[in-house]
Design a protein around this ligand. Structure first.
Ligand code: MGD
Ligand code: SF4
Length: 685
């Protein structure tokens, strides 16, 4: 028997835990601890524990598939490439759109970004960051000049006060949750604000339950209390921040007095005052948030408000402080860094900046040029264009995304995808989206490739190949490079290994410039920016100055606005949606993992006991949930964990898909949808 252990990085959440894959006779068959990892210290959560179970599933995609007369038939790689090349060549550049993937490596994302902008010459490329942290990128960039988590995961344990708002950290980033436990053991106060009493609430010294969509009011109220009591960091505010007086005038309005915010949010005024005191008087205070802050029509406003609070209290550029935006997908930070966004090349170099455009055109050397220096469509806008303006977008290439379960208002998304003339999906399983494709390409998963991913804390980490790919599946970047060669651009994609791709990334990306596989293979961490090969990386951003050219932080006075849809007589409940600890997003991998699937085999809707009584619904009963966009039948979970008037559904389950109900109303800047608040009614069946 041949056994080996291959150290790699977990393919699920943005924490970036390291573990060993156990490989027996060439096949991955288990996960074992890797104790030297500074972040997870040998621990993994349930998803990490079973992150090997889907790898060798019989239903992995193993060969290219071409749809003929409505049915998939197996094809050779050459047949698939020839068809894709011929089709894409028949469209104008901006008739094509590309969705990249936060599940694949930096190398894969870079290759697809280069393919989109260089081979197809389209400006329409985006990925699922649009659905999770687009508001973070826009909001934190406006506040600090850089749109990423400011501090490191290890730093959270150093904090003297941890304020978590809109993140169920203990279920969604469990190994970051451990750092909160460590901070608390060292005397930190933990404050948790969330519409649901989640496992994170159990770890808090103060839990504040609130109506989804009242975040700005809550944050303004806390800031108002801090200023009224003189707890702001006067030196920071005077020397490092712009617009303090405007912010002060806004947050001191009567609207944001604790008694008034109690009416908006449902949080008792006394709790708001206590939170302000703990945050305002702590030696250091870390703010942690996730999709509860970002997935709103006011997502960017919410993010800017968190930045306002942390600047006001001098917790930016400081150990134990920071705005810690916890990224969802394992490589959503990396996919953004690689320019899989409609407005930037790698490292946030703007597409519309003539110097950046020229730099990439020159570095890549496409003889017929690259895309125009114009911003492209966001994924949510692509879906609107497809339904509202048929014929403008005609073809789409999707790598490692499943919008037919993950995007809001699925009826709308189905309509959009059906309006495409040609769809290619590159995935590891035949997903809901792949089923509708014209061509499906089989990719390798994380266990079958070398490569890098960038975790929520901007730490670049290695994936290492543990087994051979099943059947004819190929590396994502390799598929793109081979297709590009078929389309006449072999010279621009000369890579032989993932390391070759990474070296090109480092060359064109200042924040990755000092990184290479040799450095990344050492167990210590390299956080970007890392501009030179001698640079140790940057675990904490904005020490001494922010990343804006003048070094200042910018405060934004923000007024509270309600969600796009508010409850009324017909749809009297607020529905909020999210994940559970056992499953990941559209369930393509976790629902194919025996242990995880057995633990939670289907979805549910959480209903407060008082609401359930009024509706005549009992725990476990199948109910009909309806929004203005559709209806799903889903088992009721009657629980005090959710406040009266609010309901919760996880979005992993196609048989009771939350996204049939959700609202495609968008934040005007980030174009992120309002997954965290729409109006529904619930009826007995
Ligand atoms: P995933 O299920 O993660 O969802 O949206 P998606 O990214 O569409 O899909 C990833 C796909 O990548 C899967 O099909 C998987 O099989 C494939 N894959 C995995 N590894 C590889 C690989 O190595 N190569 C290739 N080619 N494919 C691979 C997620 C999105 O969902 C996100 S990020 C968020 S935060 C949103 N959250 C959210 C919510 O909170 N509520 C509701 N209602 N909806 C939501 N949708 C959003
Ligand atoms: Fe994987 Fe995240 Fe769990 Fe760590 S906390 S094992 S990265 S899912």
């Amino acid at each position: 028997m041949d056994m080996k252990y291959v150290q790699t990085t977990c393919p699920y959440c943005g924490t970036g835990c390291t573990f060993n894959l156990v490989v027996k006779d060439g096949k991955v068959c288990g996960v074992q601890p890797y104790h030297r990892s500074p972040v997870n210290e040998g621990k993994v959560c349930p998803k990490g524990t079973y992150a090997w179970e889907f790898v060798n599933r019989e239903d992995r995609l193993t060969t290219p598939l071409i749809k003929k007369d409505g049915k998939f038939v197996e094809a050779t790689w050459d047949e698939a490439y020839d068809l894709i090349a011929q089709k894409f060549k028949s469209y104008k550049p901006d008739e094509c759109a590309v969705l990249s993937s936060a599940r694949t490596s930096n190398e894969d994302n870079y290759a697809l970004m280069k393919f989109a902008r260089g081979v197809l010459k389209t400006r329409h490329i985006d990925h699922c960051a649009r659905l999770c942290h687009a508001s973070t990128v826009a909001g934190l960039a406006a506040s600090f000049g850089s749109g990423a988590m400011t501090n490191s995961i290890l730093d959270i344990a150093e904090s003297k006060c941890v304020f978590i708002i809109g993140s169920n950290t203990f279920e969604q980033h469990p190994l970051i949750g451990r750092k909160i436990v460590q901070a608390r053991a060292n005397g930190a106060k933990v404050i948790y604000a969330d519409p649901r009493y989640t496992p994170t609430a159990k770890q808090a010294d103060l839990y504040m339950q609130f109506r989804s969509g009242s975040d700005v009011a809550i944050l303004n109220c806390i800031m108002g209390e801090i200023i009224r009591n003189g707890w702001e960091d006067k030196e920071w505010v005077e020397t490092r921040a712009k617009n303090f007086e405007d912010l002060k005038a806004t947050v001191l309005k009567d609207d944001y007095l604790p008694e008034n915010v109690e009416k908006i949010s449902g949080i008792p005024a006394e709790q708001l005052k206590t939170a302000a005191e703990w945050i305002g008087t702590a030696e250091s205070s870390a703010l942690l948030y996730s999709m509860g802050i970002t997935q709103h029509t006011v997502g960017v406003d919410n993010v800017k408000s968190t930045a306002n609070l942390q600047m006001l209290t001098g917790n930016i550029g400081k150990r134990g402080g920071g705005v810690n935006a916890l990224r969802g997908q394992n490589n959503v930070q990396g996919a953004c860094d690689m320019g899989a966004l409609p407005v930037v090349f790698t490292g946030y170099q703007k597409v519309i900046d003539p110097a950046a455009h020229e730099k990439f055109a020159k570095a890549w050397g496409f003889p017929d040029g690259i895309c125009e220096p114009k911003n492209g469509y966001e994924v949510t806008i692509m879906m609107d264009v497809l339904t509202d303006n048929p014929g403008e977008l005609k073809a789409m290439y999707i790598m490692g995304e499943n919008p037919l379960l993950s995007d809001p208002d699925l009826t709308h998304v189905e309509h959009a995808i059906d309006n495409l003339e040609f769809l290619v999906v590159q995935d590891i399983f035949l997903t809901e989206t792949a089923e509708r494709a014209d061509v499906v390409l089989p990719a390798t998963c994380y266990a079958e490739k070398d490569g890098t991913q960038t975790s929520t804390e901007r730490r670049v980490q290695m994936w290492r190949k543990a087994q051979e790919a099943p059947g004819q599946a190929k590396l994502d970047w390799q598929i793109i490079a081979e297709l590009s060669a078929k389309m006449g651009y072999a010279e621009q994609f000369p890579w032989k290994t993932s390391e070759d791709v990474f070296n090109e990334i480092a060359e064109v990306t200042p924040s990755y410039h000092g990184m290479n596989y040799e450095r990344l293979n050492r167990p210590e961490a390299l956080h970007w920016p890392c501009p030179t090969t001698e640079h140790p990386g940057t675990p904490i951003l904005h020490i001494g100055k922010c990343s804006h050219p003048d070094g200042m932080g910018v405060m934004h006075p923000i007024e509270w606005k309600p969600p796009a849809e508010v409850p009324d007589e017909e749809y009297p409940f607020v529905l909020t949606t999210g994940r559970c600890i056992w499953h990941w997003h559209t369930g393509t991998m976790t629902r194919r993992s025996k242990h995880l699937d057995e633990e939670v085999p289907t979805g549910w809707i959480e209903i407060n006991p008082e609401d359930a009584k009024a509706l005549g619904v009992v725990d476990g009963e199948l109910v009909k949930a309806t929004s203005r966009r559709g209806t799903v039948n889903v088992p009721a979970k009657v629980t005090k964990d959710i406040m009266k008037g609010v309901m919760f559904m996880p979005f992993h389950f196609k048989e009771c898909a939350a996204n049939v109900l959700t609202n495609n109303a968008l934040d005007p800047i980030a174009k992120i949808p309002e997954f965290k608040a729409c109006s529904v009614k619930v009826e007995k069946i």
